[in-house]
Design a protein around this ligand. Sequence first.
Ligand SMILES: NC(=O)c1ccc[n+]([C@@H]2O[C@H](COP(=O)([O-])OP(=O)(O)OC[C@H]3O[C@@H](n4cnc5c(N)ncnc54)[C@H](OP(=O)(O)O)[C@@H]3O)[C@@H](O)[C@H]2O)c1
Length: 234
Amino acid sequence: MTKFKTALVTGANRGIGLETVRQLAIKGIHVFATVRSLSSAEQLHKLIEQGLSVTVVQLDVCSQESVDTLAARLLSEHVKIDILINNAGVALDQWVPALELDIDLWRQTMEVNLYGALRLCQAFIPAMIADGSGRIVNVSSELGSLQDVQLGSTLAYRSSKTALNSLTALLACELKVYPDILVNASCPGWVKTALGGDDAPLSVAEGADTTVWLATLASGQSGGLYRERKIWPW
Ligand SMILES: NC(=O)c1ccc[n+]([C@@H]2O[C@H](COP(=O)([O-])OP(=O)(O)OC[C@H]3O[C@@H](n4cnc5c(N)ncnc54)[C@H](OP(=O)(O)O)[C@@H]3O)[C@@H](O)[C@H]2O)c1
């Protein structure tokens, strides 16, 4: 059982985001599942048909107008988001060496993976501050860790996740005065999705586990990066 009633998950139409919605809804949380295109929400509608409490809403995390529209709608419906999961992500530069990286590709990656998460935090954390309670999980990656940098040529993706980790740590610090607002980042591991590819060893259920665990913590740690429910080095 969790004390939280509502969650918002970005990038919820497929992959780890879709599974995160399912796992949260099974715990009795009403989930606002955001999708870039409403026509891509078939899997979410199947969850609703199965009786899970899910509302599908349109959101492009790259558009401030889109974020503001959603925040205004939820405010007008007196909905306070208890759990924010910044899951939407892109990996556009797989196998591109740093010296050949198109800077526009880097910008596009930052737009989704970093600025998108910040937009959502700015839109939804103020209401958490108002009632002194909330959980924020930024879905990051081991590739964002600077602990053991290895060859792999994904500078845009990696640095966007490193910056997302930095946002997580700093936000946790700024929000320390609110002990029941926890901000953490999760590493899903290498997961079989469109982004992870078919060779990935983990299922979406395994990939969503740490995110859902952090999202529903009764109390505890803030400002960490976690993988398999254990702290992971920045
Ligand atoms: N899979 C892995 O091995 C792995 C490993 C480490 C971390 N992660 C992280 O886990 C998260 C989910 O990845 P995944 O593997 O589930 O990838 P995925 O299947 O490719 O799903 C990515 C999701 O992000 C959404 N998205 C992309 N751009 C968006 C935008 N501008 N606005 C709103 N939504 C947008 C996509 O929506 P559309 O369908 O509309 O494109 C889709 O729902 C990402 O942050 C990723 O970096 C994944």
